[in-house]
Design a binder for this molecule. Structure first.
Ligand code: BGC
Length: 435
C-alpha cells in the first residue's frame, strides 16, 4: 500500500512527452515574436554575438540572486580574459543588520551599496566602462537603459520596479564621486551567459541560467541589433506556463509572492526545488509514509527552510555529501530516520530534480531549433548552481536532448562558470562601439 502511494507521488513529477512541451514552448516563442498573447517575452538586449576579439579593461557587476559581485576584468581577445580584482557581498546579512531584498530597503539603498563596492575595486586615476548583469526582467530601449518590469525570486525591495536601473546606478556612482566610471551595458544574466560562451565558441546560439532562478535567451534571426546582426533576446523563460502542474506545484504557487507567474521557474529553479520537496515531505509525514520529525528548533514547518543543496546531497555518491545530508537530517529532527525512510526521501528528491532537467531540456530543444548558427553544432551556454552543482543534472538534460533532437545539427551544452562577470565585460566592450 505504502509503495503504491509513493509511486503515485513520483508519477506526479513525471514529464509528459518532452516533444509536446518543446512544441508548446516553440509556439509561445512565435506568439511572443508576433506580439500575440504569450507567457514568454522577447525582450531586446540591443546586443549581438561577440566576435571573440573584444579587448580592454572593464568593471563588471553581477547583481543576481543572493550576492553582489564586482570585478575588474581584462579582455585579452581570442576568447581570453583575466580577473584582476574581485569583491563579493551578500544582499542580506543578519550579522551586519541589513537586508537589501526587503520592502524596507529601496532601489537607491541597493545601488548606494553597489557603488561603494565599485569604489573598492577601482584602480585610482583610471577611467572605466562598466557592464552590469542584472538578473531580473527588464525592458530595454537601448543597451544602457533598462526599466525593471518586476521583481522575481521573492525579492521585495521598494521603489525599484518601473525605474531605470541604468539611471539608479549612474546616480549612485555620481553621489559617491565616481564620475570616471561609465555604465555602458545593462544585461540580463542569461545574456551574460550567452556573451561569456559565445566569446569563446561561435556555435553558441543561446544562454541560460539554471540556478536560484531560471531563464533563457537566444539569438533571434528576425530582429537586428544596432550592429545589423541578429539580436540576443531575453525570453523570460521562467514564466513559461503551458505546463502540466500537480497539486504541490499549485500549492507552492499559491503561497508564493507572485501567484500565477514564473510557473516554469517554480518547477525547476534552486529557489523552489527545496520548497517543493518540503511540501511533499509534509504530505508524506501526514500520510504516515515516513515518521514525523522529532521536536526540534530547526523545524521544517517554515516555508523555504529546505535549500536545493539538500536535494543535491541526496543524489550524491561521495561520503562527504552523504555526511552533509545526515547532519542536515539530524539538525532538522530526522536523526531517527532509518535507511528505508531516507530512501523514500531520495526517491522524492530525485523525482523533483529529474523533472526539472526534463523540462529544461524540452525548452532547449525548442530554442536551438530556432536560433541557428552557421555550422552543424548549436550550443547553449549554461550557468547556475542547479546546472553546475546538482549531481547528474547536466547529464540528464544532455541525455534527454540527445534522445529527442531530430535536425541535422547537434545541440550541445556548454557549462559556463562565472559567466555573469565575463559576460558583462564582453557586453560593455560591444556596447561601447555604438556610443
Ligand atoms: C528572472 C530572470 C533571470 C532568472 C535567472 C528569473 O527570476 O526573472 O530575469 O534571468 O531569474 O537569474
Amino acid at each position: 500500500m505504502k509503495d503504491h502511494i509513493l509511486k503515485d507521488i513520483v508519477a506526479l513529477f513525471q514529464v509528459h512527452p518532452v516533444k509536446t512541451i518543446a512544441q508548446a514552448f516553440a509556439g509561445e516563442l512565435e506568439a511572443a515574436l508576433h506580439r500575440r498573447e504569450s507567457s514568454l517575452k522577447m525582450l531586446p538586449s540591443y546586443l549581438s554575438r561577440p566576435t571573440g576579439e573584444e579587448k580592454g579593461d572593464y568593471i563588471a557587476i553581477d547583481f543576481g540572486g543572493s550576492n553582489v559581485r564586482v570585478m575588474a576584468v581584462s579582455l585579452c581577445g581570442n576568447g581570453r580574459s583575466t580577473i584582476t580584482k574581485q569583491l563579493s557581498r551578500p544582499l542580506v546579512s543578519i550579522e551586519q543588520g541589513y537586508d537589501l531584498t526587503s520592502a524596507a530597503s529601496t532601489g537607491r539603498d541597493m545601488f548606494a551599496f553597489v557603488a561603494e563596492m565599485v569604489e573598492e575595486v577601482l584602480a585610482k586615476g583610471h577611467r572605466y566602462q562598466l557592464g552590469l548583469t542584472f538578473s531580473y526582467p527588464m525592458e530595454q530601449e537601448a543597451v544602457d537603459r533598462a526599466r525593471l518590469l518586476e521583481w522575481t525570486k521573492e525579492i521585495k525591495t521598494s521603489a525599484t520596479v518601473g525605474k531605470d536601473i541604468g539611471v539608479l546606478l549612474t546616480e549612485a556612482l555620481k553621489e559617491r564621486g565616481l564620475g570616471q566610471v561609465m555604465p555602458v551595458a545593462i544585461i540580463n544574466d542569461t545574456v551574460a551567459a550567452f556573451m561569456a560562451g559565445a566569446y569563446v565558441d561561435p556555435a553558441v546560439c543561446a544562454g541560460s541560467i539554471c540556478g536560484t532562478g531560471h531563464n533563457t535567451c537566444c539569438i533571434e534571426p528576425s530582429l537586428p541589433a544596432p550592429s545589423g546582426l541578429p539580436m540576443v533576446v531575453n525570453l523570460e523563460a521562467g514564466n513559461f506556463a503551458l505546463l502540466p502542474e500537480n497539486h504541490y506545484d499549485r500549492r507552492l504557487d499559491r503561497l508564493s509572492l507572485d501567484p500565477g507567474k514564473q510557473r516554469l521557474e517554480k518547477m525547476v529553479s534552486g529557489k523552489y526545488l527545496g520548497e517543493l520537496f518540503r511540501l511533499v515531505l509534509l504530505d508524506l509525514i501526514e500520510q504516515q509514509l515516513v515518521p514525523p520529525p522529532q521536536r526540534c528548533p530547526n523545524s521544517i514547518d517554515k516555508p523555504y527552510m529546505v535549500g536545493a543543496e539538500v536535494l543535491s546531497w541526496m543524489r550524491a555518491e561521495s561520503p562527504l555529501l552523504k555526511e552533509r545530508l545526515n547532519s542536515w537530517l539530524s539538525q532538522h529532527g530526522f536523526a531517527h530516520y532509518q535507511d528505508h525512510d531516507i530512501a523514500v526521501l531520495r526517491t522524492i528528491g530525485n523525482a523533483i530534480v529529474d523533472r526539472a532537467a526534463y523540462l529544461i531540456a524540452a525548452t532547449f530543444l525548442a530554442v536551438s531549433e530556432r536560433s541557428g548558427t552557421s555550422g552543424n553544432r548549436r550550443a547553449v551556454a549554461v550557468d547556475g548552481s542547479v546546472f553546475l552543482h546538482i549531481p547528474g543534472f547536466a547529464e540528464t538534460v544532455e541525455t534527454v536532448i540527445r534522445k529527442h533532437q531530430e535536425k541535422p545539427h547537434t545541440v550541445e551544452l556548454m557549462p559556463v562558470i562565472d559567466g555573469s562577470n565575463l559576460g558583462a565585460a564582453v557586453a560593455a566592450a560591444q556596447a561601447k562601439r555604438y556610443k
